[in-house]
Design a protein around this ligand. Structure first.
Ligand code: ADP
Ligand code: VHF
Length: 367
């Protein structure tokens, strides 16, 4: 990494590298990944490891592993997490620390700050943070769901310079190479747009989650925060040797020249919408100068339960525009308004309610 001069990186390691055949952890690939971590630290680059593989590592302890129920999958994660942590530990002569997170830890500002502070304290003391999703406690509403996105959220929270996603494939191809013989590898991506997402297919291995789709989402989260992002083949020792030499062994995603402001980045890439407003067609955000803000007179439907200050989706009735923003009113109040829009009450409500969402930060959703 002579040429890269990174201060801090997040290294994400996929399940296939930890427990390739779901027969417990294997040191086969971890050895050269651990060597890379060691070399980075020797060069003065701080490393945060995001390690998948708890489910794959724990699977061999259970019967009927081919179609495990959700509770069994969580039990596999609980048992496998221990195995995975000890597998990593065997390679290091410095301490490591386990951090298990859910989406809720990023959504809640106080918990988010707490995670950041803990990571910084570990790094300052030379301890390697090893992060995974806390699969045991996650629910659909609370989970990130895949460690590609989790690694990008960790990388943004930890102010890293680069995110390196180690997978079971050389990088991003123009189509899934496992199902298309003529797939061509993409060495560099400067802008992540729909054409890049269209290249992505799902996971191929029995242990991976998300395939290329979630890696591109992660790259978008990270590059928009100013991080260089790589997808590399973690099976190959040469990938890590090339990184150390400052070369690109896989696909590199260029960081945004002008990274997003922190709050807008959080709203766009981290915050989950707690509910949705459907409004009359014709609304546009971000607002042009002098254009009118959305008020309850344009409100058609309210979905979900949310409080003032929560993140919500606002969608035009024709589905053409969709934004994420901070609600200025609770779903309870807005439901009351939509159900009492008779001529008698309306002027009063219009008078008392201002814009439906805060225009401080508006994230336009286009895919
Ligand atoms: N366009 C693509 N380029 C490369 N791989 C792709 C593409 N579309 C789908 N894939 C699949 O994504 C897989 C990697 O994702 P995944 O199985 O989730 O791995 P990991 O465990 O490393 O997260 C590849 O093995 C491949 O089958
Ligand atoms: N939290 C899960 C990992 C989920 C996941 O994203 O796996 P992968 O696609 O292999 O990175 C586990 O430890 O098994």
């Amino acid at each position: 990494m002579k040429n890269n001069k990174w201060n801090r990186i997040v290294l994400k390691v996929g399940s296939a590298l930890i427990a390739p055949e779901r027969k417990g952890c294997s040191s086969r690939y971890l050895l050269h990944i651990a060597k890379f971590i060691l070399q980075c630290r020797d060069m003065g680059t701080e490393v945060i490891l995001v390690s998948s593989g708890s489910v794959a590592a724990g699977a061999h302890l259970f019967k009927n592993i081919d179609k495990p129920s959700l509770p069994i999958k969580k039990a596999m994660a609980a048992a496998g997490q221990n195995e995975m942590m000890s597998a990593w530990d065997r390679f290091f002569d410095f301490p490591s620390a386990q951090i298990l997170l859910t989406h809720g830890d990023f959504q809640d500002r106080e918990r988010y700050d707490s995670v950041r502070e803990t990571i910084f304290a570990l790094l300052e003391n030379g301890i390697l943070p090893v992060v995974n999703e806390n699969d045991v406690v996650t629910t659909d509403a609370l989970k990130v769901g895949d460690n590609d996105n989790l690694s990008a959220m960790v990388a943004a929270a930890a102010d890293a310079d680069a995110l390196i996603i180690c997978s079971d494939i050389d990088g991003l191809y123009n189509k899934n190479p496992h199902t298309n013989d003529d797939a061509v590898m993409i060495k560099q991506v400067s802008v992540i747009d729909q054409s890049i997402y269209d290249m992505a297919g799902g996971a191929h291995s029995s242990v991976g989650t998300g395939g290329m789709q979630t890696k591109i989402e992660a790259a978008e989260k990270a590059t928009s925060h100013g991080l260089t992002t790589y997808i590399i083949n973690g099976f190959k020792e040469n990938s890590f040797e090339q990184l150390i030499l400052g070369n690109n062994p896989g696909t590199i995603f260029a960081p945004y020249a002008k990274p997003m402001e922190e709050d807008l980045h959080w709203l766009t890439h981290t915050a989950k919408a707690q509910g949705e407003l459907v409004v009359e067609d014709g609304f546009e955000y971000p607002l042009e100068q002098h254009s009118e803000q959305l008020t309850s007179s344009e409100l058609l439907e309210v979905h979900g339960e949310f409080s003032a200050g929560d993140t919500i989706l606002v969608r035009s009735d024709d589905g053409k525009h969709k934004v994420k923003a901070e609600a200025n009113y609770s779903s309870c109040l807005l439901n009351f308004i939509t159900k009492h829009d008779n001529a008698e009450d309306e002027p009063d409500f219009q008078h008392h309610t201002g814009p439906l969402v805060s225009d401080k930060n508006i994230a336009v959703i286009d895919h």
